[in-house]
Design a protein around this ligand. Sequence first.
Ligand code: SF4
Length: 317
Amino acid sequence: MTGQMLRLGISRCLLGESVRFDGGHKHDHFLTDVLGRYVEWVPVCPEVEAGLGTPREAMRLVGDPDRPQLITVKSGMDHTEAVERVSANRLQNLKRLSLSGYVFKKDSPSCGIERVRLYNQSGMPSRQGVGIFARAFMNQFPLIPVEEEGRLCDPDLRENFIERVFSYRRYQELLVKSPSRQSVVQFHTMHKYLLLSHSHPHYEALGRLVGQAHRYHPKELAMKYGELFMKALAVKATVRKHVNVLQHIVGFFKTRLTAQEKRELLGVIDDYHRGLTPLIAPLTLIRHYVTLFDVSYIHAQVYLNPHPKELMLRNHV
Ligand code: SF4
């Protein structure tokens, strides 16, 4: 897997393919033109794969929130079984592809991951639905990061998703190499500051887990670690948490800075804290000092380079 391109599943209509019920698409240019440079997309359209054709009658979710039916809006035809059958087959195929994430089309009765319109028997909608294929996917692959294209317009949610995708990929690489207890501990060490920027309680729980590594078989340890690791990264990073991490890192080399350098660096961190400058500003300065002073422990921290800089995910205020 090492060196292989990152592989992500995607609702086919987001790539600009005309597979929607109305014969159209929902091309998302960030996904194809920007993120697409770093990932190999695996497109899936469960409705077309179920043989429903394009264009086709619009459908909606009806009934029980935990096991809704997929019903055509005008003629009332029930396509639940067809889409469920295709979903089960497709998941078997996706299992072999080692996906590192999935981008779903929001609001779709097949692909939406949350808040999809669900109608009760009297035709009243609520926002409790989950698309039939999306639900099956999330049940089958609970650790794989998933997101909807609409939420990716929010810079914080976008960074969080992409950070989780790249982190999950590193975790997959750890698993592929038959992890030892030591490699799990090393993995934890290099993710220390990334974890702290998301969740201190999860970071501590992971620390306790690796502290008791000898109690587990290496594979069991890696599985337990991965579950908690992905939960930690799903907790939103905040400015306050980033500031805390930056100050910790500065502690490794601040005695080697001149008074003016220290003032300048703390000033940039403070500007970031007050929303005057993006995270990339203090980070660039810190990376410079980490290299200059050869602070190897920090150099190895994923936090400094969690995803390709060309994605410019830390460049917003
Ligand atoms: S939302 Fe899903 S089912 Fe609907 S057109 Fe897009 S890929 Fe197909």
